[in-house]
Design a protein around this ligand. Sequence first.
Ligand SMILES: NC(=O)c1ccc[n+]([C@@H]2O[C@H](COP(=O)([O-])OP(=O)(O)OC[C@H]3O[C@@H](n4cnc5c(N)ncnc54)[C@H](OP(=O)(O)O)[C@@H]3O)[C@@H](O)[C@H]2O)c1
Length: 382
Amino acid sequence: MSAVVRSAFATHAPAQEVKVALLGLGTVGSAVLDRLQQWQAQEFKHPLRIVHVANSRHAARVDVDVCPLTVAQQVRAGQSNGIRTLQGSPSISAADLDAVESSLGATGLRLIIDATASDIVAARQAQWLERGIHVVTACKLGQGAGLQRFEALQRARELGSTQYGDSATVGAGLPVIRSIRELREGGDRITRIAGVLSGSLAWLFNQYDGMRPFSGWVREAGAKGYTEPDPRDDLSGEDVRRKILILARSAGVALASEAVQVQSLVPESLRELPANIAIEQLDALDAPLKQAFAQAYRQGEVLRHLAVLERDSNGQWQAQVGLQSLPPSHPLAGGAGTDNRIAIWSDRYCEQPLVIQGPGAGAQVTAAGLLDDALRVAKLYA
Ligand SMILES: NC(=O)c1ccc[n+]([C@@H]2O[C@H](COP(=O)([O-])OP(=O)(O)OC[C@H]3O[C@@H](n4cnc5c(N)ncnc54)[C@H](OP(=O)(O)O)[C@@H]3O)[C@@H](O)[C@H]2O)c1
């Protein structure tokens, strides 16, 4: 996809400059800046200009002749002239978010890249769209939290003057949400979606062979950076809840957050413990998972962590997140590493689903997805 965008830029007059505020300088935000730096080294022409960078504590303007990476380093360190400590730090205030808007000025093409996991930032996205600022996001809390917030974003998008880039929210830029939308635009009705939507859980169940304790694999996944620092954040299934909500809502199913039934893999005994103690006691996972593995194995099947959206016997939409035992021939049983795999059934794909598979996690692909969306905005409004 980016190759198509790239050739379009290579052969046309320079596009109008897009002023960009980058919120979040963690793993993904840093990868966005690295990719922009690589583009510069490769002399790849693009119209994106970072004018503002911020983390949860500090913010700074990026002048035209200054490298955004340098400013980002100063923001992270909280030192140097021109670095502003956020008023609401460590939890951001409304004034801080107003300042992000001001940093983009009142005219021209303006875009915010949300590379945070901040609920406060997500709650502001609809307002930014209404005020003529495009938003590109990796954060699932805009479309994957409460239905009211999703509907506010939909209304703001339908005003039609701004774009909301969300391809990095599910599958880290894989063309999943886009494919669902394009099927609907072609008159198709989506009838079912099922997917392995968590890179870390995909890896865990691709590795787990019932021999070595599951907790050992969880520790190894943590050491490789596949899980969150507190692995309960992955094992709880809550992140996958948000992803299936985003896919359902993109398919035109206005599902409430509570309508998704999530089977947490975290044993009751670990749920309330401080993170460091829970990590020490991870072997509480081992017996129940060994039992589930053995049951699947006896049937010649494999365990996979799935999210499924489908109609129940009364025709009502419902979604479930949890472990399922699948025959090896099932479209979601294969794959490798941290791959995401998503199967979409629709009017046209009624017997064999459309299956999209590929790296669905990781800072590099997520940053690439964010920047693809940003370039799409630039191209639309050039
Ligand atoms: N990592 C992946 O592979 C991946 C894949 C797909 C989607 N995502 C999504 O991408 C987002 C970022 O993930 P990440 O892995 O980069 O997380 P991270 O390393 O924890 O970084 C989050 C960044 O957001 C900053 N932040 C928090 N609140 C903020 C605010 N109000 N204003 C400005 N900055 C704020 C944090 O600031 P401090 O440094 O001050 O705490 C930090 O710099 C998340 O929503 C995640 O779910 C990540």
